[in-house]
Design a protein around this ligand. Structure first.
Ligand code: CUA
Length: 308
């Protein structure tokens, strides 16, 4: 599991949020130390007997410590919070648009104006503003990649936008942050931030026409994939497979995980997944295929892992 934290920001929005977080943490620590110090002082000093008369110095202490200081602290926090929230929602110019759709339980990813469709992994160029358009085709999810930006609800019929600029290359892991059913915990999104050159190469490769299967095994797998139910639910661009129920598999071999972060993408896990996905991810729409022979499964695996 890759470490993901709001206090190691690698995106413009997360940066701002982390700033507010540190300010709140600093002020809270300061108040805690002062109050704890006074309690210790009062305990050590003990009770003193004296006449009950009003004392100007004690009154001032109450007015400053109990009224003026809290009002000032809350005022500063209110101004900073409102200012930051307003800055977060400012639309960016020249932003790269990416459409993200919350599914049961995975993420569909597409790039408007291109043919690129993928799943559970978003490729972005570093230092360029991005505008994520978030929708759902089922229930409410929440898109959250802590190192890049704050949470944003993903609601059916209500596109929400998340705008930020990634500030470092690398892979950033996100989660669904709104309980959305049985596999809420297995709805991982990975954001792969690349240099502009690497991103350009990725885009060009995605847009390129696919070549024929790389091996006889893969070619046989392609035939099984078409003949079995696979092609009815999944799309592989450039073939007759154009189902839209499950993730687009055109670049499957390049993806890091299977089942939205459930398993590492390797031939062994893929074979297990094809044979019996529901036992690995109960509730998934992907059915089990116990009827496939081991040979069929191996060929499909060879085919899918060759797609990139
Ligand atoms: Cu999707 Cu929780």
């Amino acid at each position: 599991m890759i470490w993901a934290s709001i206090i190691t920001p690698k995106g413009s929005e997360a940066d701002r949020i982390a700033g507010v977080w540190w300010l709140m943490f600093g002020l809270a620590t300061f108040v805690y130390v002062v109050v704890a110090g006074l309690i210790v002082y009062a305990t050590v000093r003990g009770r003193r007997r004296r006449a009950r008369t009003s004392n100007l110095r004690e009154d001032a202490f109450i007015w400053i410590g109990g009224v003026a200081a809290p009002v000032l602290i809350l005022f500063v926090l209110a101004v900073v919070t409102v200012h930051t929230t307003e800055a977060l929602r400012r639309p960016a110019r020249d932003a790269l648009s990416v459409d993200i759709e919350g599914k049961d339980w995975w993420w569909g990813v597409s790039y408007p104006g291109t043919h690129i469709v993928t799943a559970n992994e978003v490729h972005l160029p570093v230092d360029r503003p991005v505008d994520l358009r978030l929708t759902s085709d089922n229930v409410i999810h929440s898109f959250w990649v802590p190192e890049l930006a704050g949470k944003q609800d993903v609601i059916p019929g209500q596109p929400n936008h998340l705008t930020f600029t990634p500030e470092a290359t690398g892979t950033f892991v996100g989660r669904c942050a709104e309980f959305c059913g049985l596999q809420h915990a297995h709805m991982e999104i990975r954001v792969i931030v690349q240099t502009p050159a690497d991103f350009g190469r990725w885009q060009a490769r995605q847009e390129a026409t696919r070549t024929e299967p790389v091996s006889d095994e893969a070619a046989a797998g392609a035939a099984v994939f078409q003949a079995q139910a696979c092609a009815g639910c999944h799309t592989v661009r450039g073939t007759n497979a154009n189902g839209t129920v499950g993730p687009d598999l055109t670049d499957f071999g390049e993806r890091q995980t299977i089942g939205a972060g459930l398993l590492e993408n390797n031939p062994r896990n893929l074979a297990d997944w094809i044979r019996d996905a529901p036992s690995l991810k109960p509730g998934t729409i992907m059915p089990s295929f116990h009827s496939l022979s081991d040979r069929d499964v191996q060929q499909i695996v060879a085919y899918l892992e060759s797609l990139r």
